[in-house]
Design a protein around this ligand. Structure first.
Ligand code: APR
Length: 240
């Protein structure tokens, strides 16, 4: 059976792909937003109101990051990039570094990264895996109390949106993995890709908010359904 030639695969990932690595999701039963009010810890207003609470929230998540490893789903996507003839790009909403740890190279962190910090005064952005406190001094402008996690908060513009739009417009295949489809602009990517002719597939534990927008939906644990789907894509590519 001949399969349409796929030359560009764009993959959106969310917290669900990291769940089996032990990283908490946001909107599941025991998720992060069941324990914290996002308005307190993931908005500029929350940071202005109580910067230490916000810094401690991300310090706790950054410390936990040291104990987690990529799972079979992250590894399968790295294998897809390495072995499939198509150009494969991952756009992740996740701030963890598990795609990098799995070996993925073409990766866009649209919501920033937990292992980076930035200065609200001079704009410095740098890798950072330790705590950030109100006393932390920016190595560039030497100001104290201006450093924050380089994470995109609600109400802030996600990173690399123009590049992401270009990828969505040239995709032959769009995969959405481990996201609830609650948060825009990521939740709108399936419509954008579909509009430009991509086949759209959802791989998630349960139907997302936007599940009806997808050409195909595969439900199950990412650690199982993603490696199986990648194996299918690689087999189809070798059939050509
Ligand atoms: N395998 C596959 N999917 C899973 C698994 C798993 N093991 N565990 C959970 N899921 C699914 C859930 O069913 C849910 O649909 O992953 C999705 C996680 O949804 P959210 O917790 O809402 O996370 P996400 O979609 O990434 O949130 C988007 O919201 O709070 C902001 O900035 C934050 O980037 C985040 C954005």
């Amino acid at each position: 059976m001949t399969h349409p030639r796929i030359s560009k695969i764009v993959i959106l990932t969310g917290a669900g792909i990291s769940a089996e690595s032990g990283v908490a999701t946001f909107r599941d039963q025991d998720g992060i937003w069941a324990k914290y009010d996002y308005r307190d810890v993931a908005t500029p207003d929350g940071f202005a109101r109580d910067p230490q609470l916000v810094l401690d929230f991300y310090n706790m998540r950054r410390r936990k990051h040291g104990d987690v490893q990529p799972n079979a789903a992250h590894l399968a996507l790295a294998r897809l990039e390495a072995e499939h003839p198509a150009n494969v790009v991952i756009v992740t909403q996740n701030v963890d570094a598990l795609h990098e740890a799995a070996g993925s190279k073409a990766l866009i962190h649209m919501h920033g990264e937990i292992l980076k910090r930035k200065c609200g005064n001079c704009g410095l952005q740098e890798q950072w895996s330790n705590d950030i406190t109100r006393q932390s001094v920016c190595p560039n402008c030497k100001q104290a109390g201006t450093l924050r996690p380089d994470v995109v908060w609600f109400g802030e513009m996600p990173y690399h949106m123009e590049t992401i739009a270009e990828h969505l417009q040239s995709a032959d295949l769009f995969l959405s993995i481990g996201t609830s489809g609650h948060v825009y602009p990521a939740a709108g990517f399936v419509a954008e890709a579909g509009l430009h002719g991509a086949k759209t597939v959802e791989l998630n534990l349960e139907p997302s908010e936007g599940t009806s927008l997808f050409d195909e939906t595969i439900h199950g644990y990412a650690g199982e359904i993603v490696p199986a789907y990648v194996a299918r894509l690689l087999a189809e590519a070798s059939d050509r």
